[in-house]
Design a protein around this ligand. Structure first.
Ligand SMILES: [Zn+2]
Length: 127
């Protein structure tokens, strides 16, 4: 099994509803998203999949978050069902968007979202 990981950064603000602490106030991060995919076979070039192909998928998802106030965006802003845009929830949302976008033969193994260099959350299914 081979596993490949790509990274993409975006800048965005958020605040945490109902949280007691300074993260309840509006503030921003340079978020880093790491996406890993796995598969068993390599192509004739010795690649599981072209890095550019996965980067393109990740950029498409992340571009909607860039320079935004995340609390105002789907899926965090649903009236009556507001969800905190934590690293955990962002990772899960990105995972679900990417899961069905992958070519056959590739498995999305994890989405990790870092809100700083030393604090990140990972979402994965199955294992
Ligand atoms: Zn924060």
């Amino acid at each position: 099994m081979y596993e490949l990981t790509v990274k993409k950064q975006f800048d965005a603000a958020h605040s945490l509803w109902g949280y007691q602490g300074r993260c309840s106030r509006l503030h921003g991060h340079t978020w880093t998203v790491e996406v890993s995919v796995a598969g068993a076979g390599l192509d004739e070039n010795g690649m599981l999949v072209d890095f550019h192909e996965i980067k393109r998928l990740v950029e498409k998802v992340v571009q909607d978050f860039d320079h935004q106030y995340l609390n105002e965006l789907e899926p965090f802003n649903r009236p009556g069902k507001e969800t905190n845009p934590t690293a955990e929830n962002i990772a899960c949302y990105i995972y679900r968007l990417l899961k069905n976008a992958l070519a056959s033969g590739l498995e999305l193994t994890r989405v990790q979202v870092w809100e700083s260099s030393d604090a990140g959350a990972c979402y994965r299914e199955g294992r």
